[in-house]
Design a protein around this ligand. Structure first.
Ligand code: FUB
Length: 459
């Protein structure tokens, strides 16, 4: 039997999908797009806009964790804010030979065609938290340790990176303090020593329970600049955390505390902000414990669209299960990766022998929702890349719900292995206009087949 890595999460998701459908009537699952990834637990979102896509860098909470048990980082991307492509894990603890544990909250940035990913992890030699930096030629990796040793080490976590308009890059991090350095243009070194940003109550708010942390700043800073104003959005208070923010006229202050961005919500005692502008909208990424079995150590990344107030202040943003609106329809007549998913029920993903990832561990009744698919005048055929070490099954093509109108059905036979790929096609009728597409998988017992990509043929 093929081992499943996420059996409990898969069962929980199938239950959640059923409840969503039952609660809101079909095509009910169309209403729920948060959290944005369902087949693994994700945390500590760090979005990056590059070449018309949002790349999302996250951590990965292991299933059934009772601590921040995190061994790898993950990358996702989307062109429309609702269908997210799984790029797998291009960086893990082994990337940093000096790291022993704790693949925690980081951020990636692009400079001169290279991508730099700053992360906190534990230095095996010292046992202390340190900041590593990895580099890649692509936003999806693979990433290599840029230095072979920590970039900085002072026992604190959660780096955020920002390049000012004059080209000066800054790296900030900290818990319980807030540190920064000015990075050199190579992005992997700095001169001088890390400096502390003064954590004053004027700058970072007053912690109600005071103690040895008088301000609200806890961890997870996210620093950026908009219309000449510098923002530091951070996880505040503990525990449970909320998201607060401060602004400043310069990259190092003086900071003024501005209030709450996201109140304490969502079944996770931590939260973590990430903010980008994309295609004319502003988006706030965060995490909560919204998936079945979710909680403080089994978190999930979600996103909301928001608008700045006229004076540049941030609104209060509430967690939703709806998520952000779709920015653009998905084109079914170009090849789409099977692991481009708005909502997945029961499925998993794995590294594909043909490059990238494929959808895996498919069982009878599992499905994938691809949101807002523009069929236009109509599709006449469906082609997909499949592999099966068993007897295969069927890919049902349904509109607007997992039991919605059936517009095609593609039979998949055994191919002699989970990575022995074959292309199958079938006719399609009745798919025109724009719909949520559901790929529903049916067959006998056990795992049926894997899916690498799909494409419709136009009328
Ligand atoms: O994910 C591990 C740690 O939890 C992060 O580094 C913190 O920001 C908190 O989210």
């Amino acid at each position: 039997m093929r081992p499943s890595r996420h059996a409990r999460l898969r069962r929980g998701l199938a239950w959640l999908a059923t409840m969503i459908c039952a609660a809101t009537l079909l095509p009910a699952a169309a209403a729920a797009d948060n959290p944005i990834i369902q087949h693994i637990h994700t945390a500590d979102p760090a979005p990056l806009v590059h070449n018309g896509r949002v790349y999302l860098y996250t951590g990965h909470d292991e299933d059934n964790s009772t601590w921040f048990t995190m061994k790898e980082w993950r990358v996702w991307s989307s062109a429309d804010m609702v269908n997210w492509t799984d790029h797998g894990s291009p960086m893990n603890l082994a990337t940093f030979t000096w790291a022993s544990a704790n693949a925690w909250a980081g951020q990636a940035i692009e400079r001169n065609g290279k991508f730099y990913w700053y992360v906190p992890t534990t230095n095996r030699a010292t046992g202390r938290y340190a900041i590593g930096v990895a580099v890649s030629d692509s936003p999806t990796g693979p990433f290599k340790d840029a230095l072979g040793h920590p970039l900085a080490e002072n026992g604190e976590i959660d780096p955020t990176v920002f390049i000012d308009d004059n080209g000066q890059a800054y790296l900030y991090w900290g818990n319980p303090n807030l540190w920064y350095v000015k990075l050199n243009p190579d992005m992997i070194s700095f001169t001088g020593s890390p400096a502390k940003i003064p954590l004053t109550t004027a700058g970072f708010g007053t912690r109600p329970d005071g103690g040895n942390r008088p301000t609200l700043f806890e961890e997870g800073p996210w620093v950026y600049k908009r219309n000449g104003l510098y923002y530091n959005v951070f996880a505040a208070k503990c525990c449970s955390e909320f998201i607060g923010y401060s602004t400043a006229p310069g990259p190092t202050g003086p900071w003024t505390y501005r209030g709450t961005v996201m109140p304490t919500q969502g079944s996770s005692f931590t939260n973590h902000p990430g903010i980008v502008d994309f295609q004319g909208g502003s988006y706030f990424f965060y995490h909560n414990g919204a998936l079945p079995g979710g909680g403080g150590f089994t978190r999930s990344v979600a996103v909301e669209k928001f608008g700045y107030r006229a004076d540049g202040t941030l609104p209060t943003i509430t967690m939703s299960s709806t998520g952000a609106p779709q920015v653009a329809a998905l084109d079914p007549y170009t090849r789409q990766e099977a692991e481009t998913i708005a909502w997945g029920s029961g499925i998993e993903t794995e590294v594909s022998s043909e490059g990238g990832m494929n959808v895996s561990h498919i069982e009878n009744g599992d499905w994938i929702k691809v949101k807002g698919v523009a069929f236009g005048a109509g599709a006449v055929s469906f082609t997909t890349r499949v592999a099966s070490a068993t007897g295969g099954g069927d890919v049902e093509l349904r509109l607007d719900g997992p039991t919605g109108t059936l517009v095609g059905k593609c039979g998949v036979r055994g191919t002699g292995g989970w990575q022995n790929w074959a292309t199958v096609s079938c006719p399609v009728t009745g798919a025109s206009g724009t719909h949520d597409l559901y790929l529903r998988f049916t067959g006998g017992g056990g795992f049926l087949f894997n899916l690498n990509w799909w494409q419709f043929g136009a009328r």
